[in-house]
Design a protein around this ligand. Structure first.
Ligand code: DC
Length: 223
């Protein structure tokens, strides 16, 4: 039986950075479900679809598939590799919007569950422990304060030479948390059986070793 690790948490908590590294250490496959919502968001942006009704109508034409290239997840949208196009703030905001819509979530659920059936995976998202993989062997809820998440994002953008405003970044993070936590279908919340990891005052290495310890306690993955 495949081992499944679920990592949920708000935007900017470091889920993908951490999950990628943990996956490498354990020899697991990393599945980034946010990228799937982002691919659907890109489709809607390209087609100027911006209401819930229209998204419901168009979503069946946005076929999302996952492939792996040198161990890195690639997202295909109608056979086009869009991995390099989905990391913008615009696409992230639209992803949070389309993620509220039942038809969108339904379309991605089977893809996510099928990946986890076949392989040992560490899957990150918002509803993995609560909805996608309710029987996951290990569930982590990774969070950090909004100001710390904003600080990290600010530094990241500054390092890339992108001009930005810390307060605006924090406001966007808070708005995204609201939208992801308050939606009706599969909102972001900590699963009852998830372990809470607050990374506000932790280094990346500390978070990784904390998570590996939790995984070791709960599975035979590292024996
Ligand atoms: O993790 P991310 O920023 O790439 O996710 C983009 C959006 O997708 C996020 O704001 C909410 C949505 N999402 C979701 O609703 N459920 C998931 N399992 C993953 C992402």
């Amino acid at each position: 039986m495949a081992i499944n690790i679920a990592i949920d948490g708000p935007a900017g908590a470091g889920k993908s950075t951490i999950a990628k590294k943990v996956a490498k250490q354990l020899g697991f496959i990393y599945v980034d479900t946010g990228a799937m919502y982002r691919a659907i968001a890109l489709y809607m942006l390209r087609n100027a679809v911006d209401t819930e009704e229209e998204v419901e109508k168009h979503v069946k034409h946005a076929n999302v598939e996952i492939a792996y290239q040198n161990g890195e997840q690639q997202v295909l949208l109608n056979k086009e590799n869009v991995s390099g196009l989905i990391r913008t703030e615009e696409v992230g905001k639209m992803a949070s919007f389309v993620a509220k819509i039942g038809e969108v979530r339904k379309q991605l659920l089977d893809l996510q569950r099928n990946l986890a059936k076949k392989e040992n995976v560490i899957m990150d998202g918002r509803d993995i422990g609560t909805h996608v993989l309710p029987k996951a062997d290990v569930k982590i809820y990774l969070t950090a304060s909004a100001s710390e998440r904003a600080n990290r994002r600010y530094k990241e953008l500054c390092e890339k030479g992108i001009e930005c405003n810390l307060q605006e970044i924090e406001n966007a993070i808070i708005a995204r948390d609201e939208q992801d936590m308050k939606r009706e279908i599969a909102p972001l919340k900590q699963a009852e059986d998830a372990v809470l990891v607050d990374s506000s005052d932790m280094t990346i290495d500390e978070v990784i070793s904390t998570i590996i310890t939790i995984v070791k306690k709960n599975t035979k993955a590292c024996e």
